[in-house]
Design a protein around this ligand. Structure first.
Ligand SMILES: [Zn+2]
Length: 290
């Protein structure tokens, strides 16, 4: 059983078919919300399946919200959600509303950095209040994120978090590790496929992996990412597909290949890596705070 610590349902057309194909692939997925409608979908699916999901408002989706006070609305919405739903964690398994995500800071977003920080802080406050793990998305905003985390730590209000889709310098790994962060890797590790056609764009790589990849295709991981993986404490490593719904079939071949490549870099056999990542995800979701 492979664990996928970060996957989306938002753009999948037939959500229950997708869920069925995911579970049939013997994958333990953790679904991420990005806005109110994606979270509501997850809440509804959760009623009929024992799935794990995170609820949150992604910075790139904030501009679609038609409310005057986005921060106040989000805080009240999440507060209500976390009082109605709680995670179930037992026998090395977990499901239901397990955490808060995907949230963060993204300098490409049209909403100002100042408002993004305020909204991210409001969501981190909710996570701390309900003792939930957080999946953080940070693009070109690590300075802002680190100063926000530092303020929360000083106030003893910092929830446990992971940096999802991590591609980080040595200094950033050191800085986030000082907060006991988890790091989640997936398509960000992939440089290109070992086939005649070189795919440089990560999104294209994921799409190809979803639809057409053969099980024996091997992926290359850049030297930078190999070094980064070796720098991170192994009990903090998570693996993800960050799949966003290019097709209605779960990208299990892609995830398998990420596990295979990471196992080689860390000099572990695949079964040991599966166990390690599964334990790490369980500890991440069950952790109360940093
Ligand atoms: Zn994501």
């Amino acid at each position: 059983m492979l664990t996928d610590s970060h996957v989306h349902l938002s753009f999948v057309k037939d959500k229950s078919a997708f869920l069925k194909s995911t579970l049939a692939s013997k994958i333990k997925p953790v679904f991420m919300g990005v806005d109110e409608s994606s979270v509501n979908d997850l809440v509804n699916l959760c009623k009929s399946h024992n799935i794990a999901f995170f609820a949150g408002f992604h910075p790139l989706f904030l501009d679609k919200m038609c409310v005057s006070d986005r921060q106040g609305y989000i805080k009240a919405y999440l507060d209500r959600l976390f009082t109605l739903h709680n995670s179930v964690i037992k026998d090395r398994d977990f499901y239901n509303l397990c955490g808060l995500g995907e949230i963060g800071i993204d300098k490409r977003a049209s909403v100002s950095a100042q408002e993004q920080i305020a909204i991210c802080k409001a969501q981190l406050d909710v996570a701390f209040k309900y003792k939930k793990a957080v999946s953080l998305h940070v693009v070109k905003g690590h300075d802002l994120m680190l100063s926000l985390l530092s303020c929360l730590k000083a106030e003893h209000k910092l929830p446990v978090f992971c940096i999802h889709g991590a591609t980080l310098s040595y200094d950033l790994i050191k800085a986030y590790s000082s907060y006991n962060a988890y790091f989640s890797f997936g398509s960000n590790l992939i440089k290109k496929k070992m086939t005649a056609d070189t795919i440089s764009d990560v999104k294209d790589t994921v799409c190809v992996a979803n639809g057409n990849v053969k099980d024996n295709v091997k992926y290359l991981i850049s030297d930078k990412c190999q070094t980064m993986l070796k720098l991170i404490s192994q009990d903090r490593i998570l693996i993800e597909s960050d799949y966003d719904g290019c097709s209605d079939i779960y990208p299990h071949a892609f995830l398998h290949n990420v596990y295979k490549s990471v196992a080689e870099i860390l000099d572990l056999d695949e079964k040991s890596l599966e166990r390690l990542v599964s334990d790490n995800l369980y500890n991440f979701i069950g952790a109360k705070s940093v």
